[in-house]
Design a binder for this molecule. Structure first.
Ligand code: DC
Length: 222
């Protein structure tokens, strides 16, 4: 029976690193749901969509087509590869208010369910175990200390050639945590049946090994 694995947690905790590695080892598909909200945000920025204008949002959601490049998993917005652009601070600074909009979530969540309905999928985000796939076979809630998270996000941005100072990266993470956890629609919460995986003191190999142990422990009949 193909399994559905839900990985949730705060920003820059290592969710996507874990999800990608587990998907590769299990031969499952990886779905980055944060990238979907990032693509919507980029579209809104490029097209000057006012996020207090419900009509403009509804119209924009009809014009947005979200896909991923098979194999590389790069983000495709209306056929354009926007993988690099959606990872920059301009999108990161604006994505949480966009992801808090019910008109956006109600368009995106059904797509996520369709992408994952056949199972054999590892999906990461904020509401996967609570809202998108409440019956997932395994739910992991990833956490890490704020300092560790800031260092990791800085390293990621630097690797992508994007300049950022430590304080603005930390401020952005705190602000996103706050908005993601306090929004009315599908706030970030740990599902009651999620396993918490704190990786502050784990190296990459140990972190992935722990995730794989949990995946191997999923009962066969589930
Ligand atoms: O995982 P990420 O940093 O790429 O996510 C970008 C934003 O999208 C984040 O601020 C929260 C939001 N998000 C969400 O609300 N629900 C999801 N399932 C995934 C991401």
């Amino acid at each position: 029976m193909p399994h559905t694995i839900a990985i949730d947690g705060y920003s820059a905790c290592g969710k996507s690193t874990l999800a990608k590695a587990m998907a590769r080892q299990l031969g499952y598909r990886y779905i980055d749901t944060g990238a979907m909200y990032r693509m919507v945000t980029l579209y809104f920025q490029r097209n000057d969509i006012d996020i207090s204008d419900e009509g403009a949002i509804a119209g924009a959601m009809e014009r947005i087509k979200i896909d991923f490049v098979p194999g590389s998993n790069d983000a495709l917005l209306n056929g354009e590869n926007v993988e690099d652009e959606i990872r920059g601070l301009a999108v990161s600074n604006f994505v949480s208010p966009v992801a808090a909009l019910s008109a956006v979530r109600s368009a995106i969540v059904p797509q996520q369910r369709r992408m994952g309905e056949e199972g054999s999928v590892v999906m990461d985000g904020r509401d996967i175990g609570t809202v998108v796939f409440p019956n997932a076979d395994l739910k992991i809630f990833v956490t890490a200390d704020m300092d560790v998270r800031t260092d990791r996000r800085l390293a990621e941005l630097e690797a992508a050639g994007q300049m950022a100072d430590r304080q603005s990266v930390a401020d952005n993470l705190r602000e996103r945590d706050y908005i993601d956890s306090n929004r009315a629609d599908s706030p970030l919460r740990q599902a009651e049946d999620a396993v918490v995986l704190d990786n502050s003191n784990l190296n990459l190999e140990q972190f992935i090994a722990r995730g794989m142990e949990l995946a191997r422990a999923i009962p066969k009949q589930s």
